[in-house]
Design a protein around this ligand. Structure first.
Ligand code: MN
Ligand code: ZN
Length: 343
């Protein structure tokens, strides 16, 4: 079967690989149908991921169907439409025992530390495979994983009904965090340098959209929040500067959610944190958010049908990458169709 492997940073190839086989009682064989291309996949390709190892079959945003189940599988059946929760954890360490398996000391992420979803078939343990309603379109279901990242950011930021949430960046993660915050009953402000992305954010429910190229973001937010500042700031831009701005702008008793992987330090004064008693939290991957997010999809609370802007065959990965790199503002989510066109 075919797979896409980042051989080493800067080199990505279509390889032939043996089709995986079930070897344990708890496993299922999945025919992969669609995989989303994530910013983190591009980092692995460029050698700028701080965690990936090579060579690596990348991809962690997967939807497929069950084609075989092993003896002990009880929740899943052949024909089920499923998504992958792309992590494995030890269950024993402090994080795992604290309900935070996403930061397990032995964490293994599919497509990062072990081979991921850019391939025709995968064998996975049942516990990380989640069924979605069969009537959900493949092109919507492929977004479940990105939405779990948005749900996690909201959970880490303790977003509550009535909060004003400021989301920096209207890329896929910012938009997923936006919809999750709207479901929780928040008022949302979102920024981006692209007016197209802001218009899309508006269509997804953003209450206020600001473009730093045109708007004075600080004074606009001061006006919108009556001088109080947003209660929660989710930084999905993740630069040295945006982290500083997030800490400076967030309200008393507010929360700042950090999603970046930069190793460069920001300059953060203690005063803002202490005076306003801010909570600054990291948000990585997700912990037990799949059931909640799948429920949002199944019940139609999430509008994901317009996220996918471009589709390529698995074999056309090089064209897909070229498009993402040359037309960043036209691309929302690019997906690879595995094994033929998926309706
Ligand atoms: Mn992703
Ligand atoms: Zn662990």
């Amino acid at each position: 079967m075919k797979a896409i492997q980042v051989v080493r940073p800067g080199k990505i190839d279509i390889i032939e690989k043996e089709k995986p086989r079930i070897t344990r009682g708890d496993e299922v064989l999945i025919k992969v149908r669609l995989v989303g291309i994530c910013g983190s996949d591009m980092h692995i390709y460029h050698g700028t991921s701080p965690v990936a190892t090579y060579p690596r079959v990348i991809g962690h945003e997967m939807v497929g169907e069950i084609v075989e189940t092993s003896s002990d599988v009880t929740r899943l059946a052949i024909g089920d439409k499923v998504v992958m929760e792309p992590i494995e954890w030890c269950g024993e360490c402090y994080a795992c025992k604290s309900g935070r398996k996403n930061v397990c000391t032995q964490l293994q992420v599919y497509g990062v530390h072990k081979d991921g979803a850019y391939q025709e078939y995968m064998v996975l343990p049942e516990k990380i495979v989640h069924k979605v309603e069969s009537r959900l379109d493949w092109h919507e279901a492929v977004l479940v994983e990105p939405f779990t990242i948005g749900a996690q950011a909201n959970w880490r930021g303790d977003v509550r009904a009535g909060d004003i949430v400021f989301i920096m960046g209207a890329g896929p993660i910012g938009l997923c965090a936006l919809q999750a915050a709207k479901i929780k009953g928040a008022t949302c402000i979102i920024t981006d340098l692209s007016d197209d992305k802001l218009a899309f954010a508006r269509s997804l429910g953003a209450d206020y959209v600001l473009n730093p190229l045109r708007d004075n973001v600080n004074s606009e937010i001061e006006r919108i929040t009556d001088g109080v500042g947003p209660n929660v700031t989710i930084d999905a831009v993740c630069t040295v500067k945006t982290f500083e701005q997030a800490v400076e702008i967030t309200s008393v008793a507010g929360r700042v959610v950090v999603l970046g992987f930069s190793e460069s330090p920001s300059a953060i004064a203690q005063l803002h944190i202490t005076k306003n008693e801010l909570t600054i939290v990291g948000s990585r991957l997700q912990s037990d958010k799949f059931s909640e997010v799948i429920e949002w999809f199944n019940s139609g609370k999430i509008k994901a049908d317009s996220f996918v802007t471009h589709r390529f065959a698995l074999e056309d990965i090089h064209q897909a990458i070229e498009l993402i790199e040359t037309h960043p503002n036209e691309v929302r989510k690019v997906v690879l169709e595995v094994g033929g066109v998926q309706k």
